[in-house]
Design a protein around this ligand. Structure first.
Ligand code: ADP
Ligand code: MG
Length: 387
């Protein structure tokens, strides 16, 4: 990998010396979906796939970017004087957003850089390639310019950049999981107060297999905002009869007692998912602590059903991937992951069943939707590093 990155950098920027190499992971959310903006818990882990960078500091204030994944756009130039969102800056709005945020928060970046990046996670598929690029940029700047910034601060800054510079209304989970990843551990994060705990997630006899539907999210963004509004409405109705800071603060029993006060039946269904999914995440973590991976898998299935029936964010593509996975012997758990409407599923598959899984799910998917899914067999990786 190092040789490839250096070779590409030299080819593109015609520079030889002083090149430094960095990596930041993507992430997958194991359980706890659409709970992050409801004050609930999430349970993501960083992956051993993500985004690589070869970077060299410049003497002037120019910024030059090139992505091996978007080679058709060539070198995209900018400068430290031009840290504004621009449509024509394309993907470079993500690293530029981080530079802008560093500047806003008082970290001094005095000279520009040349940056080549290349990612081996799918884009726009719910594995947080955008957060991976942002954390990568923050981490590279920390090392190149000696910014005294912690990994947790990089996570916050990257989220700030995605929200305020790129105008994407995401919670903290993605950037947090990418920046704070720890090898063979998942992160049990309370999105209400950002307290977190690392939990060993080292599978002895199984692998994490990610199936990418190759269905782009399309309408996903407007639907995502709609779900957020529906949950907010449900909470307001509940607050008329019960003190509750968020849907994530309610137990299932408490929800059942007050649910009739949620006027709109659609909002009631959305809230039921938010409450039950949060409680399910707590149970899944307890199952893992008790080394009961079977129970963890069962809860993953429940999670998918709730996302399909109550939250209605799955669709034929994700349902086909997950339902065909459930039928295969040796599949411990399978569910959609990320915002939904496309993107990926996360599967825990016993080692001996991985090949059958990929073949059977892949075939069924192609027969049903008419194009192929991609499969990634991954490990739980650590946070950003210099190579
Ligand atoms: P996700 O974060 O789920 O992968 P997003 O839509 O949030 O999906 O982010 C995808 C965008 O992030 C891409 O369209 C691109 O702008 C940027 N991006 C991610 N990875 C790369 C990469 N390797 N090279 C250039 N841009 C990238
Ligand atoms: Mg993203």
């Amino acid at each position: 990998m190092k040789e490839k990155l250096i070779r590409e950098f030299k080819n593109i920027f015609k520079e030889e010396e002083g090149i430094r190499l960095f990596f930041a992971p993507g992430r997958v959310n194991l359980i706890g979906e659409h709970t992050d903006y409801n004050g609930g818990h999430v349970f993501p882990c960083a992956l051993n796939i993500g985004t690589y960078a070869a970077v060299k500091k410049r003497d002037d204030n120019k910024l030059r970017f090139f992505s091996g994944n978007f080679a058709e756009f060539g070198i995209i130039e900018s400068s430290l004087e031009d840290l504004l969102y621009k449509k024509e800056a394309l993907w470079t709005n993500y690293p530029k957003g981080v530079l802008w945020a560093l500047n806003e928060k008082g970290f001094k970046i005095e000279t520009g850089f040349d940056m080549y990046i290349w990612g081996n996670i799918p884009n726009g598929s719910g594995l947080s390639s955008s957060a991976s690029v942002e954390v990568l940029t923050g981490y590279a700047c920390k090392n190149l310019y000696g910014c005294s910034i912690t990994l947790a601060q990089i996570a916050h800054l990257a989220q700030y950049a995605e929200n305020k510079f790129n105008g994407v209304n995401c919670g903290i989970m993605d950037q947090f999981a990418c920046a704070m990843g720890k090898k063979d551990n998942a992160i049990f994060l309370n999105t209400n107060n950002l307290s977190f705990e690392y939990l060993p997630f080292k599978l002895e006899n199984s692998k994490i297999v990610i199936a990418c539907s190759n269905k782009k999210r399309g309408l996903g963004e407007s639907q995502y905002n709609k779900r957020r509004e529906e949950c907010e409405k449900a909470l307001i109705d509940i607050q008329r009869v019960k003190k509750a800071d968020s849907l994530g603060s309610l137990t299932e029993e408490e929800f059942e007692e007050v649910k009739e006060y949620i006027k709109d039946p659609i909002c009631r269904k959305r809230a039921r998912h938010a409450v039950y999914e949060n409680q399910r995440t707590l149970r899944a973590v307890n199952a893992l602590k008790a080394r009961d991976i079977k129970e963890f898998g069962r809860l993953m299935k429940e999670s998918h059903i709730s996302l399909r029936d109550d939250y209605e964010v799955t669709g034929i593509e994700l349902d086909t991937l997950v339902q065909s996975a459930w039928e295969i012997e040796g599949v411990v758990g399978a569910r959609m992951t990320g915002a939904g409407f496309g993107g990926c599923t996360v599967n825990i598959v016993e080692n001996q069943a991985v090949d059958t899984f990929i073949e059977k799910v892949g075939t069924k998917y192609f027969e049903t939707v008419g194009y192929r899914a991609d499969f990634y067999t991954v490990d739980v990786g650590g946070g950003p590093t210099e190579l």
